[in-house]
Write a protein that binds this ligand. Structure first.
Ligand SMILES: [Zn+2]
Length: 237
């Protein structure tokens, strides 16, 4: 019965060599220096990080991680933070969303956009649930500058549309599939989802506020501070 044994051995070896280890699935190495970031932008100009208000002046910021008013109860960004960033094509798509909403007297409010990789590690230490917080092994599309957390506001009153739950409300009621909600809330969520998808974003089933850009893997994880990015954006308007 030598033959079945070798068949088994071959199958086992094949399995070992063809299945990558968890760390090899995606490279968790984030770009940390301005020089390395600059070099990627030189090779591929769409990788530019753009400050959102520089392109969309009437967009509203409520950057939750620059306050303690977030699920960690800790301030994770500098309290003085007044800028946030996304990759160039993602910012351009968001600009189109805002242009379209503006015609209805509405606009976007941003809770979070680019998030340095080191902050994702801090979040993971607080909530070890991949449904809600990116596992640092993979990194988050926020670290790539290709994901954004947002809602819709009335431009005149700056009031948020009722979405049924707040941002970072980690329960079923924040899921797109959760429909036991008043009609007005379902319509508001649908308005956001439809307009974001129309301009190319992808919704995330577990969080009504989170949208990401397709082909995010093309953009490296970044661990560059907001201050450094702001200086860089100033010199490269
Ligand atoms: Zn998000």
């Amino acid at each position: 019965m030598i033959y079945p044994f070798f068949t088994f051995l071959f199958a086992a070896l094949n399995h070992i060599t063809s299945v990558p280890s968890r760390l090899e699935i995606t490279d968790p190495e984030a770009i940390k220096t301005k020089k390395a970031f600059q070099s990627t932008v030189r090779q591929d100009p769409v990788k530019e990080m753009v400050e959102l208000k520089s392109k969309i002046p009437d967009i509203e910021y409520d950057l939750k991680y620059a306050t303690k008013n977030n699920f960690t109860g800790k301030r994770l960004y500098p309290s003085s933070l007044k800028k946030t960033f996304l990759r160039k094509p993602v910012c351009e798509a968001l600009q189109q969303v805002q242009d379209s909403l503006r015609k209805k007297g509405l606009g976007l409010k941003i809770f979070d956009a680019y998030r340095p990789y080191s902050v994702t590690i801090k979040m993971w230490e607080t909530v070890r649930d991949e449904k809600y917080v990116a596992n640092p092994v993979k990194g988050s599309n926020h670290n790539r500058g290709t994901a954004v957390d947002l809602t819709i506001i009335h431009l005149k009153s700056r009031q948020e549309l009722n979405m049924g739950t707040g941002f970072d409300h980690f329960s079923d009621s924040a899921h797109h599939s959760f429909t036991q909600l008043p009609e007005e809330i379902l319509q508001n969520r649908n308005l956001l989802k439809n307009i974001m998808e129309y301009f190319g974003f992808r919704a995330y089933q577990e969080e009504w506020w989170h949208y990401s850009w397709p082909e995010s893997e093309r953009f490296e994880l970044l661990d560059i501070s907001f201050q450094k990015l702001a200086k860089w954006a100033k010199r490269n308007p």
